[in-house]
Design a protein around this ligand. Structure first.
Ligand SMILES: [Zn+2]
Length: 142
């Protein structure tokens, strides 16, 4: 098999349509398809649909990996840690009260925020054509 037998030439000759990362991010943060903004991006909690039910855009090849949990931890940490410090300064609740409130709040916030963050991350990756299958990612050649 020579280098000319692969399908890179076919992909490289088709110029991909420009995609706005900001528009895709807005759709993704609403957990909607980054292409049409109508179909759902997840079929379960954070399980990505194979394709959009509305426009048919393939979604399963977009891999966010650890980025959504990283951003979610950062966001939740910036809410919970100041909350712990502020409540300690304001009321000085007992240690048992802290243990009862903050881990539960941390878990609840994490579970609530993660799908929105993952939707946003997947959409930005989609807009920049950063897919699992690197053969599909062909930068624009001008
Ligand atoms: Zn769609």
């Amino acid at each position: 098999m020579s280098e000319n037998d692969n399908n890179f030439g076919i992909i490289a000759t088709s110029v991909p349509k420009d995609r706005s990362a900001f528009q895709a991010l807005k759709k993704g943060l609403c957990r909607k398809c980054p292409n049409c903004g109508k179909g759902r991006i997840f079929r379960k909690y954070v399980t990505v649909n194979d394709e959009c039910a509305n426009c048919g855009e393939e979604l399963s090849h977009i891999r966010a990996d650890d980025i959504p949990p990283y951003f979610t931890i950062t966001i939740v940490g910036h809410i919970v840690v100041p909350g712990v410090m502020w409540s300690e300064q304001a009321w000085s609740p007992s240690l048992l009260t802290h243990v009862a409130i903050w881990p539960a709040l941390t878990l609840a916030l994490t579970m609530a925020i993660l799908p929105y963050v993952k939707g946003g991350v997947l959409s930005v990756l989609w807009a920049h054509r950063m897919f699992e299958d690197e053969k599909r990612f062909q930068p624009d050649k001008h």
